[in-house]
Write a protein that binds this ligand. Structure first.
Ligand code: AMP
Ligand code: ZN
Length: 280
């Protein structure tokens, strides 16, 4: 799940409240490029009696048409490696976002970085925040349209951000005490099963330990495909809704393509976590 710490529209404690209301027994917060929401969510989860796993989601370099997102489940939010990594990732955003805004202005769409930062409300400022302003100002009718026309690859104001290589992202997640998991494999947009298996094998060789089986974009075919891959490469099976609040209106908290994520996914993740580092 995502919160206002990145591109979700509910504060971390509100996401937890919604999870408790939905009857969920466990929740992981996996904001893009930051753990800024983790402390608030952990505290709220403790109070609500919801099991909680801190997490992060990182977009890695990928030399194909799709996108490669890696989840770090169970990371230690205090880890110095994690802090260095998030600083690098935020610097990449600070380079890219003003370029998008400048291009939009050149295209006659008057928006400012100040507005975008206000909309983001936290340290992670991203394209969904820009999209939401474009909708509000009436330049497009939906967030999806904002991406199609302006913000996605091929769009009029598309700029990529500096990404970590998969090796770096996997190593940093592991060094931060987390378990690296391939998120929503459907978004890799692989052409066939053989290509998907090659990509996963390469990631496993670099330290990948799990694959997201249940996700709002994964139908039964993708669920079964990911289960087969998990079995073949001895990977943990995970799942999540990828909830973003009103930035992704078709996603419901606690549901992944209409299903609940099996409790066993969470239990296996927790059992696989390394012992926490003791700091003086
Ligand atoms: P950023 O991290 O700022 O580059 O923005 C990436 C985020 O934008 C992704 O994690 C998605 O949540 C969202 N996103 C990417 N493409 C689209 C799209 N075509 N429609 C809606 N949201 C998108
Ligand atoms: Zn993602």
């Amino acid at each position: 799940c995502h919160s206002t710490a990145s591109d979700g529209t509910f504060a971390p404690a509100e996401v937890v409240r919604l999870a408790a209301e939905a009857g969920l027994v466990a929740l992981a917060l996996t904001d893009h490029d930051t753990v800024a929401g983790v402390a608030e969510a952990a505290e709220a989860a403790h109070r609500a009696g919801v099991a909680f796993l801190p997490g992060i989601e990182i977009s890695a370099e990928f030399l194909h048409p799709g996108t490669l997102h890696l989840l770090g489940y169970g990371i230690d939010p205090q880890s110095p490696v994690l802090q260095r990594m998030t600083e690098t990732l935020l610097a990449g955003r600070d380079q890219r976002n003003p370029r998008i805004v400048t291009r939009l202005r050149e295209l006659g769409v008057p928006i400012t970085m100040t507005e975008v930062e206000e909309r983001a409300g936290g340290e992670v400022v991203g394209r969904p925040h820009i999209a939401s302003i474009l909708v509000e100002k009436g330049f497009v009718s939906s967030i999806k349209k904002a991406f199609e026309k302006y913000l996605a690859p091929g769009g009029l104001a598309y700029f990529d951000k500096e990404r970590l290589a998969p090796r770096e992202a996997l190593e940093m997640i592991t060094q931060s005490g987390g378990i690296p998991v391939l998120a929503h494999a459907i978004q890799l947009r692989t052409e066939n099963d053989a290509q998907l298996q090659r990509i996963v094998k390469d990631l496993v060789d670099l330290g990948l330990r799990g694959i997201e089986v249940y996700h709002s974009d994964h139908d039964d075919i993708w669920i079964n495909r990911c289960i087969a891959i998990a079995q073949r490469f001895d990977l943990l099976q995970t799942g999540g809704s990828d909830f973003h609040g009103s930035n992704k209106r078709d996603i419901n908290l606690g549901l992944a393509h209409g299903r609940h994520v099996p409790r066993a996914c969470y239990d296996a993740l927790v059992a696989a976590r390394p012992a926490p580092v003791q700091r003086a």
